[in-house]
Design a protein around this ligand. Structure first.
Ligand code: NOJ
Length: 563
C-alpha cells in the first residue's frame, strides 16, 4: 500500500469524462479509451488531479454503460483491457489519478448473474436479485414507479414472478440482503483496486438497501405510480453495508470514494462522510439541482430562486464543516449545461461561465468539472425527437403525453433538462464533427462548436479554460479554500451570491452577480471591507468601482483574518 497523505482528495479537483462523447480515436463515431489517452496532456494542462471516468465496462448500452453485463471486461467499442491498463499507466505517469464508476445497485439483465437468476427459482443466483410474487390479476408486488417511467416491476413468465428495476427494465436491482452477492461485489472491487485505480464514484449507492416489506408508496397528484423513495432511499441497512464495504475493501487502499446520493440530506451526509463512521469520503447531493423544478419532478420547470440556492449551499457548507466533506458540482452527465441553466449562454456566455466557476470553486469541498464545462459548452436544441438518444427522455415523453402535456411543452422540458444536453460530443475544434470523430457521431454535435471549442479556448488567453486553470491553481495555493469557514453574506439579495471564507490567516470575500444587470452592493460595511482589498481573481478587467457589480461579475477579495 502506498503511504501518502490519505486526505489528498481534499485538495484535489476532479474531471469527469463521459467516454462515449469524449474523443473517438478510431473513427467509429463513439469515444474510446485510446481517445482519452490522447487527451491526457490537455487535462494535465488544465491542472486537474483526478479523472473520474463514467462506466467503460462491457454493457449492452441501454443506459450508456450504467447497465453492466460484465464488471471485469471492457465494452468493445471503448477498447480492450490492454487499452485500459495503458490509460491507467499514462494517467499515473502524469501524476494524476483515475477513479472508476461503480454501479452496484443494479446490473444489466444480460449479466450472467441475472441470466442464471431468471432461469429458475432454485438457481444459486436467484436471490442475487429481487424477485416477488405479484398481487394477482396482473398486479405487480407494489405500486412503485421506476425512475425511468412505468412500473418498477417486470413480470417474468419463466418463473411467474416479478423482478424489481428502479431504473430501466433492462437494469434489474441487485439484492444486497444476500451475503454472497455482497462478497462477489467486494471481490470485483478488489480486482480493479489491485490494478491500481484510485477510487470509485458509486452510482445511486444510497438505494442499495430496500425495506423488505416493500410497502406501497404514496401516489402524488398527476402521477401514475407510487413513490417508493421512502423505502429504498437511505434504506434500513445502508450504513451497515457501507461500513462492511469499507472494512472489507475500501480501508485497505489509499483511494477516494464519492457516493451519488439522490435524496440524502445534510444529516445523512454527515453520517456517510464523517471519517469516524468509516463509510465514504464524500457524496453528491441533489438538493441544489432540484431547485428549478416543481414537486420534485425535474421536467416541471420553475425559474431558479437565487435566495433558495444560496441558503441551500449555506446549509451544506456549514453542516459538514469540521465533520464530513462536500463534493462541489454544477454539471455531470445527468444534468443540463450550467451556463445555459443558471448563466446566460448568449450575450454573457464567457462571463457567466466564469462567474459560476468562481461561485462553486471558492467553496469548501472537492470540485468536479464535467467535460466541456471548462470551455463553456451549452445546452443543445435538436428539433427532431429522434435526434435524441437518452432512454430516460423517451420514456418521459410517452408518460407526459399520456398526462396531456403538449409536444411543445415536452420539448421545452427536454431543452432545459434533458441529459443529452451534457452528452453531445466534446467540442475539440471548429472542423467536421467538432473534431470529435472522423466517422458519424453516435449523437449529433452541438451546432455551436464553430464558436465554442477547445482549440479556440487554448488560443485565447482570456478564455474560460484558462480561468478554470487559475481557479484550480488557487486551490493549491490558498489553504483558506480547503479549510476556511463559510459565512453567507447579503443573505436576501436575489441577484448576488456573496460569501466569506474565513481561514486562520486569510479571509476571502466572494461576490457573484447572477444577473445581467448592474447591481449596487447595499451593505455599506461590506463595501468598506473590500475597499482597497487585493483582488484574488475576477472575470472583470477592473474592480475599481466596488460599490456595484457589473452583469455576471465575479470577484474574490483577500483580507487578513481578524483574530
Ligand atoms: C445515475 C447515473 O448517473 C445515471 O446516468 C444512470 O442512468 C442511473 N444512475 C442508473 O444507473
Amino acid at each position: 500500500m502506498k503511504k501518502t497523505n490519505r486526505d489528498w482528495w481534499k485538495k484535489s479537483v476532479v474531471y469527469q469524462i463521459y467516454p462515449k462523447s469524449f474523443y473517438d480515436s478510431n473513427g467509429d463515431g463513439v469515444g474510446d479509451i485510446l481517445g482519452i489517452v490522447e487527451k491526457l496532456d490537455y487535462l494535465k494542462k488544465l491542472g486537474i488531479d483526478v479523472i473520474w471516468v463514467s462506466p467503460i465496462y462491457d454493457s449492452p448500452q441501454v443506459d450508456n454503460g450504467y447497465d453492466i453485463r460484465n464488471y471485469k471486461a471492457i465494452f468493445h467499442q471503448y477498447g480492450t483491457m490492454d487499452d485500459f491498463d495503458l490509460l491507467l499507466k499514462e494517467v499515473h505517469k502524469r501524476d494524476m489519478k483515475l477513479v472508476m464508476d461503480l454501479v452496484v445497485n443494479h446490473t444489466s439483465d444480460e449479466h450472467i448473474w441475472f441470466i442464471e437468476s431468471r432461469k429458475n427459482k432454485n438457481s444459486p443466483y436467484r436471490d442475487y436479485y429481487i424477485w416477488r410474487d405479484g398481487k394477482g390479476d396482473g398486479m405487480p408486488p407494489n405500486n412503485w414507479g421506476s425512475i425511468f417511467g412505468g412500473s418498477a416491476w417486470k413480470y417474468d413468465e419463466k418463473t411467474e414472478q416479478y423482478y424489481l428495476h428502479l431504473f430501466a427494465v433492462k437494469q434489474p436491482d441487485l439484492n444486497w440482503e444476500n451475503e454472497e452477492l455482497r462478497k462477489d461485489i467486494y471481490k470485483m472491487m478488489r480486482f480493479w483496486l489491485d490494478k491500481g485505480i484510485d477510487g470509485f464514484r458509486m452510482d445511486v449507492i444510497n438505494f442499495i438497501s430496500k425495506n423488505q416489506q416493500f410497502p406501497d408508496g404514496e401516489i402524488r397528484e398527476g402521477q401514475a405510480f407510487g413513490d417508493g423513495g421512502p423505502y429504498f432511499v437511505n434504506g434500513p441497512r445502508i450504513h451497515e453495508y457501507l461500513q462492511e464495504m469499507n472494512r472489507e475493501v475500501l480501508s485497505k487502499y489509499d483511494i477516494m470514494t464519492v457516493g451519488e446520493m439522490p435524496g440524502a440530506s445534510t444529516e445523512d451526509a454527515k453520517k456517510y462522510t464523517n471519517p469516524q463512521n468509516n463509510e465514504l469520503n464524500m457524496i453528491f447531493t441533489f438538493e441544489h439541482m432540484n431547485l428549478d423544478c416543481k414537486n420534485g419532478d425535474k421536467w416541471d420547470l420553475k425559474p431558479l430562486d437565487l435566495v433558495e440556492l444560496k441558503k441551500n449551499f449555506e446549509k451544506w457548507q456549514t453542516s459538514l464543516h469540521g465533520i464530513g466533506w462536500n463534493s462541489l458540482y454544477w454539471n455531470n452527465h445527468d444534468q443540463p449545461r450550467i451556463v445555459s441553466r443558471f448563466g446566460d449562454d448568449e450575450t454573457y456566455r464567457e462571463k457567466s461561465a466564469k462567474m459560476l466557476a468562481v461561485c462553486l470553486h471558492m467553496m469548501q469541498g472537492t470540485p468536479y468539472i464535467y467535460q466541456g464545462e471548462e470551455i463553456g459548452m451549452t445546452n443543445v436544441r435538436f428539433e427532431k425527437l429522434e435526434d435524441y438518444r437518452d432512454i430516460e427522455l423517451f420514456n418521459m415523453y410517452k408518460e407526459k403525453q399520456q398526462l396531456g402535456w403538449s409536444h411543445k411543452k415536452i420539448m421545452n422540458a427536454i431543452y432545459a433538462k434533458g441529459r443529452d444536453n451534457a452528452r453531445t460530443p466534446m467540442q475539440w475544434d471548429d472542423g467536421e464533427n467538432a473534431g470529435f470523430t472522423k466517422g458519424t457521431p453516435w449523437i449529433n454535435v452541438n451546432p455551436r462548436y464553430k464558436e465554442i471549442n477547445v482549440k479556440a479556448a487554448l488560443e485565447h488567453k482570456e478564455s474560460i479554460f484558462y480561468f478554470y486553470q487559475r481557479l484550480i491553481q488557487l486551490r493549491k495555493e490558498k489553504d483558506v479554500i480547503t479549510s476556511g469557514k463559510f459565512e453567507l453574506l447579503l443573505r436576501d439579495n436575489p441577484k448576488i451570491f456573496a460569501y466569506k471564507r474565513i481561514g486562520e490567516k486569510e479571509t476571502f470575500i466572494v461576490l457573484c452577480n447572477f444577473s445581467n444587470e448592474h447591481i449596487t452592493i447595499e451593505d455599506l460595511e461590506l463595501v468598506s471591507e473590500i475597499k482597497n482589498a487585493p483582488v484574488v481573481i475576477s472575470n472583470e478587467k477592473t474592480n475599481n468601482n466596488r460599490k456595484e457589480l457589473t452583469p455576471y461579475e465575479a470577484v474574490v477579495y483577500s483580507l487578513m483574518s481578524k483574530n
